[in-house]
Write a protein that binds this ligand. Structure first.
Ligand SMILES: [Zn+2]
Length: 199
């Protein structure tokens, strides 16, 4: 289990086994899950200090870039070019570079940071969680059909209720396991009454 993906039960097959699954025709042509995208969906650019917040935002379906290698000027330019709300804890950056659309994040805790973003931008909850890869920010596939599910998922989770999805960007698989339930419970504690019921 990669250290960078602690939120959700994310499976990544071994380096040797994975390419075959990744190129599996069963998943290669699945349509996107179409998470929160389009004219009105918010898009974010997070600074390097906000990696965990970025993952929570992606889990909620919002397109959130994070590139720790970008210097401040490039981060601001890229956010503006791509019409993203810049999320930062850096007062100096805000004072010196004056980004067009930015939110200064006040908290240390990632879930409190998320609650701040949701409240200050008055964001509506997504119809469904886990439609975007928390690791690489790619929109996940539509739910895997039974054949692909049987071929790709570990035997002990194939029968779990809820959709399983594939990330066409990095190849990870997502399903509604115990990690996903814990993540949902954490969101419900951070944002009481905000989430929609699970489909
Ligand atoms: Zn991915």
């Amino acid at each position: 289990m990669p250290k960078c993906a602690p939120w959700l039960l994310v499976a990544r097959a071994s380096a040797r086994a994975w390419p075959a699954a990744h190129e599996n025709p069963a998943v290669a042509c699945l349509p996107s899950a179409a998470p929160a995208t389009g004219e009105t969906a918010p898009r974010f650019a997070a600074d390097a200090m906000l990696a965990r917040l970025a993952r929570w935002l992606r889990l909620l379906g919002w397109d959130t870039t994070l590139d720790a290698a970008l210097h401040d000027g490039k981060l601001v330019r890229q956010a503006e070019q791509e019409d993203r709300v810049l999320l930062t804890r850096d007062r100096h950056l805000l004072r010196e570079l004056r980004p067009h659309r930015a939110l200064r994040i006040e908290h240390d805790d990632p879930l409190q940071q998320l609650a701040q973003v949701v409240r200050q931008l008055a964001l509506a909850p997504p119809a469904e969680l886990f439609t975007r890869c928390t690791v690489c920010n790619t929109a996940l596939s539509a739910p895997l059909p039974p054949q692909a599910r049987a071929a790709l998922l570990p035997a002990d989770v194939r029968e779990l209720p809820g959709p399983a999805r594939h990330c066409p960007g990095c190849g990870r698989l997502y399903w509604r396991g115990s990690h996903a339930r814990r993540m949902r419970a954490a969101l419900e504690r951070a944002l009481p009454g905000w989430l929609r019921r699970e489909p």
